[in-house]
Design a protein around this ligand. Structure first.
Ligand SMILES: [Zn+2]
Length: 197
């Protein structure tokens, strides 16, 4: 196992991680800002073992978020789940590379992260806003079920879907500037509705 995450290794991993997760901070989902040191890109070790430099164990994070993670149990849980998820994805990635030797024009070029964002937006828009001038189908949606639906749609395209990644795409669609919002119903389950402007 490689002990140190060298600059060279970072150059090798950068496109792999970018393709898997997008070039955004794993924790806050925001972009990196080179001019501001706390918003620079770092490589966060999901299992906290800085000698475990497998790409599965690495995600991009802001310097600040990487530091804040130390005191945030929910981010630590998210890290553990993401590692399990990456380990599955990685196996799949090898599979698809082998498969694509026969047919180079297929799925390998698809940015999986973009698919999650696309399907999350599509599903929320179709069901909560309405499609093609038709009224919306639902007033609100169960967050977890919707995440599973998005993961399923991604799986249909690339052969692997993760409800964790789907949840994060939905979270982004529920950001305070976005068209939807997330709220907790009685009983503590999360739901999503159209944001009142
Ligand atoms: Zn961040």
């Amino acid at each position: 196992m490689v002990k140190k995450l060298t600059q060279k290794l970072k150059r090798v991993y950068f496109p792999i991680i970018k393709k898997r997760d997008g070039d955004i901070c794993f924790f806050c989902l925001m972009m990196f800002v080179n001019e501001v040191s706390k918003w620079n890109r770092t490589y966060h070790h999901l299992n906290k073992n800085t000698e475990d430099n497998r790409p599965e164990n690495l995600v991009f994070a802001h310097e600040e978020c990487n530091r804040l993670c130390e005191d945030k149990p929910d981010w630590q849980i998210l890290s553990k789940e993401k590692l399990l998820d990456n380990e599955k994805y990685h196996q799949y990635a090898e599979e698809i590379t082998a498969h694509n030797d026969e047919d180079k024009e297929t799925n390998v070029e698809i940015d999986t992260n973009e698919l999650y964002l696309k399907f999350a937006k599509e599903i929320l828009t179709d069901k909560l806003v309405g499609k093609g001038g038709n009224p919306s189908v639902e007033e609100s949606l169960n967050f977890k079920d919707t995440a599973n639906d998005v993961a399923y749609m991604v799986k249909e395209v690339v052969g692997h879907g993760s409800s964790i990644t789907a949840s994060r795409a939905l979270d982004l669609e529920c950001a305070s500037l976005a068209d939807f919002e997330k709220y907790k119903e009685q009983g503590g389950k999360w739901r999503i509705k159209k944001r009142k402007k």
